[in-house]
Design a binder for this molecule. Structure first.
Ligand code: TRP
Length: 331
């Protein structure tokens, strides 16, 4: 009998150990799944495409959502205080990496932590936005992908499609760092190329209707930089411009899809894929400090034939051919 008690006691102790070590193991495995916080400034087709691309890029490098990586996705709905609370949330939950989609989101993340890696998801001017000291050698916890558009090639395309253009308009939001950075570069370029550029700035979407009404009566064509506000309200601009038969040449493909005429665009989805892959490398131990900012130099010919038809514009054959063979055609 004594022996039986002894045996039972041993068994109980053993089971107890087994249980404890099993639950330890579980704790260890849940901790091994890294958390990535993704902060998106607001919804518009370009940023949504970048977000989708990021998930794809992570998967291509072996990080599958719900399996071996946890994604905490937050959309700030273009609200500064949301950006702040959401960034703090990522830091509190000990995120292993944080991705900022659009400049204000990246800035909020960089302000929230100087140690957690921050990956820039399509930030036009990382140095100008004070996110890194040097694009080639960031030196801090921040690196990522720039969506700086190929402005010179875009201007050439506009001139090719509009050989008789006298005045080109540009519209941008004065508080958008990405858009203003591009406005300044584009203005310098136009000066050099002797293109008469007329600038129109807005404070927010409420201004867009009135300012675009004024603009379409004064210009022959419109250029739109990577401006988060205009990108979220393209229909307003396109409706006004098309009614006056003024073509809109935007910086990116998603804005051509939304009714712009043509552009040489960095593919927004692919930008996201690159961002996702870079994040994967960082999860595997790569240091942001010595990871250069990735620039995509080349744009893909993107045209909207439906818009061309509405405007009564015949696109040059070479442009259509290039878009069909190596780019994107919307109809
Ligand atoms: N570059 C923008 C920023 O830094 C974000 C962005 C990416 C964007 N793609 C875009 C804005 C397309 C407008 C349209 O904030």
């Amino acid at each position: 009998m004594k022996r039986l008690y002894g045996l039972i006691a041993i068994l109980v102790v053993f089971l107890g150990f087994a249980f404890v070590s099993e639950s330890h193991k579980e704790a260890a495995t849940t901790k091994e799944v890294p958390t990535v916080g993704i902060l998106q400034l607001l919804s518009h087709p370009a940023l949504d495409a970048i977000h989708k691309g990021i998930i794809h890029g992570l998967a291509e490098e072996g990080y599958h959502v719900g399996k071996n990586v946890k994604i905490d996705f937050q959309n700030a709905e273009n609200d500064q205080s949301n950006l702040k609370t959401m960034s703090a949330r990522f830091v509190n939950e000990n995120a292993d990496a944080m991705i900022g989609i659009a400049t204000p989101a990246a800035q909020a993340l960089a302000n929230a932590s100087s140690t957690t890696p921050v990956v820039l998801g399509a930030i036009t001017d990382p140095e100008g936005a004070h996110l890194v000291k040097n694009n080639n050698h960031p030196g801090n916890n921040v690196t990522g992908v720039s969506d700086q558009a190929p402005l010179a090639a875009q201007l050439k395309l506009i001139q090719k499609i509009m050989p008789n253009m006298k005045t080109l308009g540009i519209i941008y939001t004065s508080s958008d760092d990405s858009a203003t950075a591009q406005y300044h570069q584009f203005a310098a370029l136009c000066k050099k190329e002797h293109v008469n550029l007329k600038a129109y700035s807005i404070a927010n979407t409420n201004d867009l209707n009135q300012v675009s009404q004024e603009m379409v009566s004064q210009v022959d064509a419109i250029y739109v930089p990577t401006d988060n506000t205009v990108a979220s309200a393209m229909q307003t601009l396109v409706a006004t411009a098309t009614a006056k038969k003024v073509p809109v040449f935007p910086a990116v493909d998603t804005m051509v899809k939304a009714g712009g005429l043509a552009t040489l665009s960095i593919n927004q989805y692919k930008l996201g894929v690159t961002t996702g892959k870079m994040t994967a490398a960082i999860l595997k131990g790569k240091k942001p400090a010595d990871t250069p900012i990735h620039f995509v130099r080349k744009g893909e010919m993107t045209i909207n034939l439906k818009t061309a038809h509405k405007l009564g514009i015949t696109l040059p054959d070479s442009v259509v051919k290039e878009a069909k063979q190596h780019g994107e055609v919307y109809r």
